[in-house]
Design a protein around this ligand. Structure first.
Ligand code: BEZ
Ligand code: FE
Length: 332
């Protein structure tokens, strides 16, 4: 017998512990060239095609990444330490993994694919971690912010379908930071909802509320993700924006945000939420009578005005838009 006698493994068949042996890898001697196909073959018994597909792609890209970067053991270990620290930073109130996904552009990408919109419909933007479900109801024309929380802003517009018809009774959630760039839930002592509100569009689809002028702010940067951005010499700023979430019977939920034109971070948002269709201009209103009619306390102060309509898609329109998007971007 030569030394070669064990080089051809016996082909195994049948079931062992309920596992179909014929669907397992056939190779010995994992090498840089063969390990990927072997790892993929290990889930040959998975009955769910989608799960199989996702993990086949994940392993393929992950292994290619290791080969293409010639990853060192030290670099791999430092990634393990980083992910461990990211997990340890997570609490019920803080999700460092989502922040990681946000800053790597993954959240925005998933969002854009899953919320493709038909032509004319308002585009989506990232939800972010600061939405809360306890915003107080405000009537049209009322304020979502207490006096002194920032510079005066009046927001108004209509909610429409893609054919231009008004949509009444749309539940509109809106939230923003105060003038210091902090959401109410970033303060150690949160008295209650602040700079956030929930309103309904009127019969003619219109909505209006008082708010404060959004300012640019820093994403949470005191954790491992902040450290990663620092090592990449990346900044941590989001351009000034106002979050909006619109929900109505018979329409796709829209989670979006309006971004202020002229913001210094508009083209380099730390979490890639900006879309050009969501960039808005404000005007300035100096007429004290208008300020009084809109309910601003200090009528001698001018206020900014942001006018924006929102166009909601139906579920059918959204499915068609998503199919068209995937046909365009997914390599066959
Ligand atoms: C936000 O806009 O609130 C946000 C989004 C992603 C990460 C951090 C903040
Ligand atoms: Fe935000």
């Amino acid at each position: 017998m030569s030394d070669q006698s064990h080089s051809e493994p016996a082909i195994l068949a049948g079931n062992l512990h309920g596992i179909d042996l014929s669907k397992l890898p056939k190779n010995l001697d994992m090498s840089v060239e063969t390990i990927t196909e072997n790892v993929i073959a290990m889930h040959g018994n998975c009955p769910d095609e989608r799960t199989k597909f996702i993990f086949t792609k994940l392993i393929t890209h992950l292994h290619d990444f290791v080969r293409e970067t010639d990853l060192t053991t030290e670099e791999w270990m430092s990634a393990i330490h980083f992910l461990t620290a990211t997990g340890k930073k997570c609490t019920d109130l803080r999700q460092e993994f989502i922040l990681l996904s946000d800053t790597l552009g993954v959240s925005s990408l998933v969002d854009s694919i899953n919320n493709a919109k038909p032509p004319g419909a308002t585009e989506a933007s990232v939800l972010g971690p600061f939405f809360t479900d306890d915003a107080l109801h405000v009537e049209n024309g009322q304020s979502i912010a207490s006096e002194g929380k920032g510079n005066y802003l009046w927001v108004e517009g209509k909610v429409l379908d893609t054919k231009g018809n008004a949509i009444p009774n749309v539940t509109i959630d809106t939230w923003e930071t105060d003038g210091d760039g902090l959401y109410d839930n970033q303060y150690a002592q949160r008295g209650g909802p602040e700079c956030r509100g929930r309103l309904q569009s009127a019969e003619d689809g219109s909505y209006a509320f008082r708010a404060v002028v959004p300012v640019f702010y820093s994403i949470p940067s005191d954790g491992p993700v902040g450290g990663l951005l620092k090592s990449l010499h990346r900044h941590v700023f989001r351009p000034a924006h106002l979050h909006m979430m619109l929900q109505a019977e018979g329409f796709e939920k829209l989670t979006t945000a309006l971004y202020l034109n002229g913001d210094p971070w508009i083209t380099s948002d730390a979490v890639f939420g900006v879309k050009s269709s969501l960039i808005v201009d404000m005007t300035e209103e100096t007429d004290a009578e208008v300020a009084r009619a809109r309910g601003f306390k200090d009528t001698q102060k001018s206020h900014k005005v942001l006018k924006q309509d929102f166009v909601l898609a139906t579920p059918e329109e959204a499915v068609t838009a998503r199919k068209a998007l995937l046909a365009r971007v997914v390599a066959k």
